[in-house]
Every structure is written in structure tokens, then in C-alpha cells.
Design a protein around this ligand. Sequence first.
Ligand SMILES: [Zn+2]
Length: 361
Amino acid sequence: MKKFLESKLFRSLSVFLFLNSAIPPVISSSALAAWVLNTNGVLELRTKSNTKLKAYFQKANQLYGDRFWVDFPGELKNPRKIKGNGPIKEIRLGKPNHGKTRLVIEFNEKTYLNPLTWRMVGIDQNRWRIKLFTPRYSFKKIGEGVVEKKTRNIKTNQNLSYYRKVDHDYLQLPNVKQNKFSVVIDPGHGGSDPGAIGIGGIKETDVVLEVSKIVKKLLSEQGVKVVLTRKNEIDLDLPLRVSFANKTDADIFVSIHANASRGKRRDINGLETFYYRGGRGRLLAKKIQKQILRVSPGSPDRGVKQGRYYVIKNTSMPAVLVEIGFLTGRLDARRLEKTAHRKRLAYAIAKGILEYLSKVG
Ligand SMILES: [Zn+2]
């Protein structure tokens, strides 16, 4: 009987709170309720339930050191700064604009960070966790409020764990001379030719087109002219791709593909990059391969190889063909179906290209 009463209470409480939160004031108060950065480098947050968060990272510039920040809905009452220690220079709570709250963690110079691996994990409806640095730095914990406080009205579901990737648009890509370089990006296949078909019917043409478009966006933002051989699902045979590229007078040609293994073996995963002519082609392939591996932890390095593919053999500029993973492989396919991973790969390819251009150009 007691159990029954308790569950009744439970339910009525949650209904009350739900109704209450359904009528927000004109400017709601900050959704950030408490936060703590622990000695082991883990930042924990408590928010209002089911809050939508956005997390960002930006490399150091002249004004600031490396910064990580989280934006919350609702306006902060008292903007404030908290002095850091160890790897942390300062923590700031502010309102970047009306009705928002921003928690900024600024790191000291020389702190080693690997934001590509950062994941904001929702551990229940109102708590979040992200590991920002390793315990090799001595650090005294900083925080405000109580993060572990249980909200009795919400049934905690331990299986409910949703990941949120830190937005990498803010990571710094290498700078190159503005408007000096042009690049042809060739999304493989298209139209009636879907390319490889992977686990769950995932199509190479879709994956490589999205990745290529993001590469174009990233490079364009760095002042590099980019042309795509195709922008949508059209049939485009290989000689047309090559003649198109050769007419553009571009500095490099990058064809983007995803792999399939014979017999669709799920245990075969990995990344590889091909070039046809040595020297510059090989250098470009190496730069790209290195970066795509960094965003694909656990997936094998199948290496930088010479390949006789038509599009890299017949183009007149340094040319590479990148295979960004196996659509038939268990590990790679699970990643390649996600836009977040496609973005990471696009970022990596753009970075490899920019590193090449800044070296050779
Ligand atoms: Zn292909």
C-alpha cells in the first residue's frame, strides 16, 4: 500500500511540474541550475529538464586562450567570472544575448586538449557530463550549486544516454592565402550509380555528396575556391569529371568515396587514400589520410597507396581518391550514417587539403 501511495504521489508531482513548465514567463530564467568542473577534468551540469544545449570549442586567438562553452536557454541574472587554477585560466558565466546563458571555460596556454573526442553525454533528463582534460593536470575543483540533486518527479532512466558532439565549426583550420587556391572536389558516383551499398542500405552516393558539400563550405570559408563535379544526384561519367577538372585549372583534385568489401564482410573497416603520380599527389594523400584517421578512432589505417583509378590518373593536377570508410563494415557504417561523423570527416579532409596548400602553395 505504501508503495502504491508513493507512486501516486510521484505521478501527481510530475504532472504538476509539467503543467508548470508549460507556461513559461516572457523571459525564462537560466536553464543552468548547477555546474562543477571536477579534479578529473569532467564537467558536470545540472539543467532544467530536457534542456537543449549547444557546446562549442574555439582554438586560442590573440584575445583568448582555447575556450569551451555551452549555451543554455534562459537569461542569466548575474554575469560573473571565476578564477581558475591548473589548466583552467578562468570560468565565465554570461549572457551572450538576450534570453541566453553561456558558460565559458577558458584554458591556460599549453593545456593539451583533444576536442575532436569530446562528447557531451546526457546522463538523465537534467544532468550532463563531458570530459575536457585528463587528470595529469593538478586541478582544484570549481563549481556552483549541487549537481547531483535528484529531481524526485522524474523517473531516472539509466539507459537514456544521449550524446551531443561539440560543434567543430569553431575549430581552427590552417590559414592559407585568400583567393589564391582553387580545388575540385569530386563526390563519387551519383544518379543511377549509387556506388557501394552498405549495412541497412546506406548508399555511397549520399554519404560522399554530403561530405563533399561540407568540405566545400569549410574550404570556402578559408578563402579557397571550390568547385564540385556534381551538386546532386546526377549521372556523371568518369571522363566528364576529368575533363571538367582539367578545364578549371584547379590546384588539386580530390575524389571522395566510401568503400565496400567483397562479400560485405562486417569485420572489414578502415580508411585509405590513393594517388597516381608521386610527389605532390602523394603529399596531398598523406595529409588527408592523417587527418581522416584522427576523426575515425579504432578504424584501421589502410594506408596511402598508389592507385590507377581513372579520375586520378587522367587529371592534370595533383589528384587523390579518398576512401572514408567501409559502408559494409560494422564500425565504419555505424559512423558514416551519422551527419555528425560526416562533418568530422569533411573537417578532416578540409584540414588535410589546407595543410597541403599552405605547404606547397
Ligand atoms: Zn566509390
